[in-house]
Design a protein around this ligand. Sequence first.
Ligand code: ZN
Length: 258
Amino acid sequence: MLELEILGSNATAPTKEGPASCYLLRTETGVLLVDAGPGSLAAYCARHELSELRGIVVTHLHADHSLDLMAWAYRWTFPEELPSIPLFFPEGEAERLAAFDAVFGIPTLPTMNRPIAQSFEARPMTRDGVTVYEVDGLVFRSFAAHHSVPSAALRFEAPDGRVLAFSSDTGLCEPLVEAARDADLFVCEATYLEADEQALHGHGHLTARMAGEVAASANARHLVLTHFADPADWEEGRRRAAEVFDGRLDVAVPGSRF
Ligand SMILES: [Zn+2]
């Protein structure tokens, strides 16, 4: 069994629809959090037990995907210390995580000097599309997405062979297509309806139509559009992606499960 629950799908910040980026993967034995955007801890605790959490994967260190890591780390220490779990992040980003700890670490509390480093086991991900990582029996690989900071598209493979892929934030690039190749479910960013060259190919994002094109060229079976800059664009984004992708198509509405 591998179930995806959308906890939050907003780009930039939480809205009344839900938190910024955070997704839950449920297997028979536990859950894995993909991205820890603002609001993710509150949304998780409203529906799930912390004791079920087996690990956290952060696709990249932009605040809308990672800001709540400090909240998670505080919760891992108070009111009771919880057993350490792995925290996966793109290789090369350890220093920025350490800088986060330097800002919010509490020098007078020994267990909170470096909250993230002390709460979680650091697992940098090589974004080579080859190295296999494992959490609680669920294996995955990490691919070099094109974004303004190191960003990891993810490809999870369940024991029954089913594939679930995440784009992370990215512009169009070959590793993204490889991550989504023949995926049963592909969660792909669709930040814009329209955008200029710099936003798409410099900074690195996709339009909803481009997300549809990636899903079609990767031969994904089911596309879930996420990370809209404006939730008001959901229906129009879905319509534009459907012009170029003829598989099953959904929008990552918080609370939905696949
Ligand atoms: Zn980003």
